[in-house]
Design a binder for this molecule. Structure first.
Ligand code: FES
Length: 101
């Protein structure tokens, strides 16, 4: 869910150009300047990958590139941190089972 309008506590919300990305085959709306993780979270995606050993779900945790919990495949490139990658129009994102080799 995105903050849609400003309040007395928040400054005016300014967004980049609206773009579309695809996550696991589902088209979702995003805005230039957002990260892939932000766009996925705003569209309800919480599980970005699963662990190799126990298949436990992992998603956005630190949000700043430290934990590597948010690894996804972007445009065919595996193990990309969604929290550090800005969206681009037409980008294809696939959630991963474990860290891909
Ligand atoms: S959420 Fe920690 S590296 Fe992306």
């Amino acid at each position: 869910m995105r903050i849609e309008k400003s309040t007395s506590l928040l400054p005016e919300v300014k967004r980049g150009r609206k773009v579309q990305i695809t996550v696991d085959g589902k088209p979702i709306e995003a805005f230039e300047g957002e990260t892939v993780a932000a766009a996925m979270m705003a569209s309800g995606f919480r599980v970005f990958r699963t662990t190799a050993k126990d298949k436990m779900p992992r998603g956005m945790y630190c949000g700043m590139g430290i934990c590597f919990e948010c690894l996804v495949t972007i445009n065919g490139v595996k193990n990309v941190r969604a929290c550090l990658t800005p969206v681009t129009d037409g980008m294809t994102v696939v959630t991963q089972e474990e860290v891909a080799a």
